[in-house]
Design a protein. Structure first.
Length: 295
């Protein structure tokens, strides 16, 4: 008995098919298509995009990955193009050496700098400049979402957030957290206008992260793995935050450093909120007692 879901797959064998060429180009360039679509690979990434409410334009399956179609097709709208490619053709489209047999074009949301200041986070923006390692940027995006950042500013000399390795390392966070690309030098005045204090990470000098006051609205600036942030950017920040570590280790990579500071900011805010709630509770209790005595 034929599976009606699998029958949705349209066989394509020509490498010059326009859609195939578009997906291949998006993967190769590591950026968005002219329509604002990102090429993603793997069952989990496609499911994360669907779960995040993004529009999926097309999904490609390889012959050997066809078994995954039964899992994904019920999650896709009927208008989504679904293609079936020979293994050799599929391998020529995707960048990974051991492909899972599933790839897709996903329409990404677009944001402005103003969008980074929204949400219920109290104002926590991550700004990166010079981060070239895809794994580090993906980790920063994942930690930014995990610890309540309202958005990420992608500054100069930073690897494309839509690089396939960044997408994979973000574990789906790239589909949900607001991203804006703008040079830090031009963006910092806008961050200050929103009342954000500017913090920079450092491997050696600065306020120990556990001593820094991170409960107020802030922008965390993260530099390259080797050189860090440019001097002209450092000169504009309110405070430099350092993460104490063994002198045997020269420095932490950008992804780890950003994650530690983001965690500490989230921890401090949670503690601050808890203390505020406790104070309000005690005040209400004391007022009730006073009212009872007066009565």
């Amino acid at each position: 008995m034929k599976n009606p879901q699998v029958e949705r797959l349209r066989p394509v064998t020509g490498r010059h098919n326009p859609l195939i060429k578009e997906v291949r180009r998006a993967f190769a360039q590591g950026g968005l298509t002219p329509e604002g679509e990102c090429a993603v690979e793997g069952v989990r990434m496609v499911e994360e995009a669907i779960r995040s409410g993004l529009h999926v334009r097309a999904v490609l399956f390889s012959d050997s990955g066809q078994t995954r179609a039964a899992r994904l097709l019920p999650q896709l709208a009927k208008q989504v193009e679904t293609l079936l490619l020979p293994d050799k053709l599929f391998t020529s489209v995707v960048p990974s050496e051991t492909p899972q047999g599933v790839a897709a074009l996903v329409r990404m949301k677009s944001y402005t700098l103003q969008d980074l200041f929204g949400g219920e986070t109290g104002g926590l923006v991550v700004a990166v400049a010079g981060v070239q390692d895809p794994g580090n940027l993906g980790t920063i995006l994942r930690s930014a979402e995990a610890f309540g950042a309202s958005g990420v500013l992608l500054g100069e000399n930073t690897v494309s957030a839509y690089n396939s390795k960044v997408v994979r390392a973000s574990a789906g966070s790239i589909f949900r957290i607001p991203l804006v690309k703008q040079e830090l030098g031009t963006a910092l005045p806008g961050l200050r206008e929103q009342g954000l204090r500017l913090f920079a990470t450092s491997s050696h000098k600065g306020t120990p992260v556990n001593d820094a006051q991170l409960t107020s609205p802030l922008a965390l600036l993260v530099g390259s793995e080797g050189a860090g942030l440019p001097r002209e950017i450092i000169a504009q920040v309110d405070e430099v935050v350092a993460i104490p570590h063994s002198p045997k280790v020269e420095s932490l990579n950008a992804g780890v450093a950003a994650s530690i500071v983001l965690y500490e900011a989230a921890r401090q805010k949670a503690l601050f909120h808890h203390r505020g709630t406790e104070t309000q509770r005690k005040t209400r209790s004391e007022n009730q007692k006073d009212n009872a005595r007066s009565a």
